[in-house]
Design a protein around this ligand. Sequence first.
Ligand SMILES: NC(=O)C1=CN([C@@H]2O[C@H](COP(=O)(O)OP(=O)(O)OC[C@H]3O[C@@H](n4cnc5c(N)ncnc54)[C@H](OP(=O)(O)O)[C@@H]3O)[C@@H](O)[C@H]2O)C=CC1
Ligand SMILES: O=C(O)C1=N[C@H](C(=O)O)C[C@H](O)C1
Length: 271
Amino acid sequence: MADMRLVVTGAGGRMGQTLIRLIAETPGMTLAGAVERAGAAAVGADAGRLAGLDANGVVVTDDPLALLTTADGIVDFTAPAASVEFAALAAQMRIVHVIGTTGMSAEDEARVKAAARHAVIVKSGNMSLGVNLLAAVVKRIARTLDEDFDIEILEMHHNRKVDAPSGTALLLGRAAAAGRGIDLDARSERVRDGHTGARGRGDIGFATLRGGTVVGDHTVIFAGDGERIEISHRAESRALFAKGALRAALWGRGRKPGLYGMADVLGLSDL
Ligand SMILES: NC(=O)C1=CN([C@@H]2O[C@H](COP(=O)(O)OP(=O)(O)OC[C@H]3O[C@@H](n4cnc5c(N)ncnc54)[C@H](OP(=O)(O)O)[C@@H]3O)[C@@H](O)[C@H]2O)C=CC1
Ligand SMILES: O=C(O)C1=N[C@H](C(=O)O)C[C@H](O)C1
C-alpha cells in the first residue's frame, strides 16, 4: 500500500513540530503538507527546518484546502475553533482527521460529531497508550468502589497551557463517571474557591496546577475512610502523544466514517 499522506496542522506549535519529526522517521507515512494560522511566523518556512530537521521541501501554508485534495489524513493539535474547521474540511474530502486539540465547548463537540458522518475522526484528550490504559483501570476501580470513596483528579501542565481542566483530566473523569454510572457534567466540581461548603457526596473533583515545562502529570485519587488509592501517569515527552496520533491515523485509513476514540484504536473499548 502507498504511504499515508498526512497534513500536520499547527505545524509551528509544540505538538506540530514533534509530529513532523516523528512522521519523518515512521515507515508507511509521508508528510504531505504543513498548515499554520494565517499571519503566523511559520507560514512560508520549510517544515523540516521548522522542526529542527534538514529541509524537506514542504512549505508551511495557511491555505489547507489545496493540500487536502491529495491527502489521506490530517493530524491536528491546534485550537478548538481551528479543529472544528478542519473537521468540516475532512468531511468534505472524506479523509481521516486525528484531533488532539483539547478545551472544546459542547457546541464544538457537536460540530465535530456532525463532521464524523463523512470523515473518519479519531479524537482524544490524550493519545498515549499509558493514559488510555489508566482510564480503563479508573473505570474498573470506580465500578467497584461506592460513594464512600471520593474521587479527585489532579493534573499539572506547563505554564503555556491555555485550557483547564486538561483534556486528559476530563477523559479520566468521564471514565470514573462511566464506572460509577453517573453523568460527569452533572456531578463534577471543577473549581473551588472561598466558602464552598462540604464536598458533594459522589461528586468528582478536579484540581489544576500550572508551571514550568511539565509535559503532563495526572493522578486519580480514590479517598475513602482511612485509606486512599492514588494512580498516576507522568508524560516525560510529547513524542508519546505524537506516536499515538500517528497510530490513530494509520488505524483510521479505509475505516467507515464515524467518531472514534483512542480506546477504539488501542482495542480497549471493552474494558
Ligand atoms: N490529545 C493529546 O494527546 C494532546 C493534546 N494536546 C492539545 O493540543 C493542542 C495544541 O497543543 P500545543 O502543541 O502544546 O500548543 P501550541 O500552542 O504549541 O500549538 C498550537 C499551534 O496551532 C496553531 N494554530 C492555531 N490556530 C490555527 C489554525 N487555524 N490553523 C493552523 N494552525 C493553527 C497555533 O498557532 P498560533 O500560536 O500562532 O496561534 C500553534 O502554532 C492543545 O489543545 C493541547 O491541549 C497537546 C498534547 C497532547
Ligand atoms: O496542552 C498540553 O500540553 C497537553 N494537553 C493534553 C490535555 O489537555 O490533557 C494532553 C497532555 O496532557 C498535554
